[in-house]
Design a protein around this ligand. Structure first.
Ligand code: NDP
Length: 479
């Protein structure tokens, strides 16, 4: 039997009930065995983080810089191996897995630099002979709860800034993908983090996550996941006056205008909707197309989607890996049935397919003749399912794209500077893409959305300081 990967609490690796991490490309393949933490373990982890906070918050900049930098170097040196682990446990294709591991390394590298760049402001008071200093301080114990769809990048973009700014951490990854989470915690631990600064509690959201939500000693909580869980985080956090940050779902539009370059349009939409098996919060599932280009665009896109190679995430040439698990596959298939019953036209895909190994394979589904009122256009499916909505002109396209409760990412494919510029200003989304897929935000720029997609400050880049620090305004009188 393979070695048990244990939780890290107060600097010690702690046993727990073993849970198998299953490969969605081949359910006979057990990626590894991971210890499940209990609510009591979680409380110990929070206590350890609280005890470690005073020293870590005052630790030398060079110590923090060295640990984050060493972590970045190890992740980048091991990016193929970590990318393979990611693809094996989550189902992204190997190039996508390696790309995500690389991004995690780059994030640690960025925040290693940010340790040395933290600055404040001094301003004169409106009163004479009085000076004001504005500084940033760490928040305290940060709880980190992450989803399964970016098993290494999302933990990296929360853990790196939390540690950079002097916070201590209790980290709970999604139970489906403990492998990458354990690997980066192991790397950080060996890079020299003092005991209790970073604690790993793998396990169920309803147990471990809930224990974090219930604790008044978690001073800030950063969450990425579904909207309903996000609301629980918000309610629990308000009760204990905790700072919180939510990144949640999306129903991202991509507009294709008559003047678009057809090839660019097809590739942009195919990538936005179906790559990473459509399991990205920034994936676009509403394709809003103006009349003049509609028929030829749909024909070309259907051809591209029909030829997408669905297969084992680790096989060379696979473009679309499996869905992450049986329950997500059921959800995808259920929405495909809903789309049909609502009167949308399924032009290609949508059926479960088999490969040489037992896995959760779904042929990407493309609907046409959808309306923006259908459930498939309003609710997040989180799979390789997209629908085309036909509109008359740019004005209707913009109104349709904004007619959603979400507001994460929005795209437009056009050769018109006028429409591109107007769309950038008027799209109700946190991130806007012109002639580019709706997913794919660099690691050094802000990430986040509006409306039901996000709450609180942006993640990533220098904007991360907003959540992971508190501002202090201090006065001195010259006497
Ligand atoms: P969930 O909301 O189900 O889970 C997210 C995390 O919350 C998991 O670690 C989960 O634990 C945990 N959790 C579940 N219940 C509780 C609870 N009661 N208390 C505390 N924590 C809990 O989302 P998924 O993992 O299914 O991820 C998919 C969702 O994430 C999609 O809706 C997607 O749009 C969104 N997402 C948003 C992104 C963004 O930046 N906006 C980026 C990526 C994904 P466990 O699952 O282990 O039980």
């Amino acid at each position: 039997m393979s070695e048990l990967h244990r939780n890290l609490i107060g600097g010690e690796w702690i046993e727990g009930e073993a849970v198998d991490n299953i490969n969605p490309s081949n359910t006979n393949d057990v990626v590894g065995r991971y210890a499940r933490a209990t609510a009591a373990d979680t409380e110990k982890a929070i206590a350890a983080a609280k005890a470690a906070f005073p020293a870590w918050s005052r630790s030398g900049l060079l110590e923090r810089h060295a640990i984050l930098s060493k972590t970045a170097q190890e992740i980048l040196a091991r990016k193929e191996e970590l990318g393979r682990l990611l693809s094996r446990e989550e189902g992204k294709t190997l190039p996508e897995g390696i790309g995500e591991a690389t991004r995690a390394g780059q994030i640690f590298d960025f925040f290693a630099g940010e340790v040395l760049r933290l600055a404040g402001e001094t301003v004169p008071s409106v009163r004479p002979n009085i000076g004001v200093e504005i500084t940033r301080e760490p928040v305290g114990v940060v709880g980190i709860i992450t989803p399964w769809n970016f098993p290494i990048a999302i933990p990296a973009w929360k853990i790196a800034p939390a540690l950079c700014y002097g916070n201590t951490v209790v980290f709970k990854p999604a139970e489906l993908v403990p492998g990458c989470a354990w690997a980066i915690v192991d790397i950080l631990h060996r890079a020299g983090l003092p005991k209790g600064v970073l604690n790993l509690v793998m396990g169920k959201g309803s147990v471990v996550g809930q224990a974090m939500l219930d604790s008044k000693d978690v001073h800030a909580l950063t969450f990425t996941g579904g909207t309903s869980t996000g609301r629980r985080v918000a309610e629990a956090s308000i009760k204990v006056n905790r700072k919180f940050q939510l990144e949640m779902g999306g129903k991202n539009p991509v507009i294709v205008l008559d003047d678009a370059d057809l090839k660019v349009a097809v590739e942009t939409v195919a990538q936005s909707a179906f790559f990473s098996t459509g399991q990205r919060c920034t994936a676009s599932s509403r394709v809003i197309v103006t009349e003049g280009i509609h028929d030829k665009f749909v024909a070309a896109l259907a051809e591209r989607v029909r030829n997408l190679k669905v297969g084992d995430a680790l096989d060379q040439g696979t473009e679309i890996g499996p869905v992450v698990d049986e329950s997500q596959l059921k959800q995808d298939c259920n929405y495909i049935e809903i789309g049909k019953s609502e009167g949308a036209n399924l032009v290609v895909g949508g059926e479960r397919v088999s490969r040489s190994t037992p896995g959760f394979y779904l042929q990407p589904a493309l609907f046409t003749e959808a309306t923006n009122q259908m459930r498939i256009s309003r609710e997040e499916i989180f799979g390789p399912v997209a629908s085309v909505i036909r509109v008359k002109n740019y004005e209707e396209a913009l109104a349709t794209s904004n007619d959603t409760e979400f507001g994460l990412s929005a795209g437009i494919v056009t050769t018109s500077l006028k429409y591109a510029t107007h769309f950038k200003r008027n799209a109700e989304a946190g991130m806007v893409m012109v002639n580019l897929p709706t997913a794919g935000v660099d690691f050094h720029v802000p990430f986040g959305g509006r409306k039901a997609s996000s709450f609180g400050p942006r993640e990533q880049g220098r904007y991360a300081a907003e959540f992971f620090t508190v501002v202090k305004t201090a006065y001195t009188s010259a006497g």
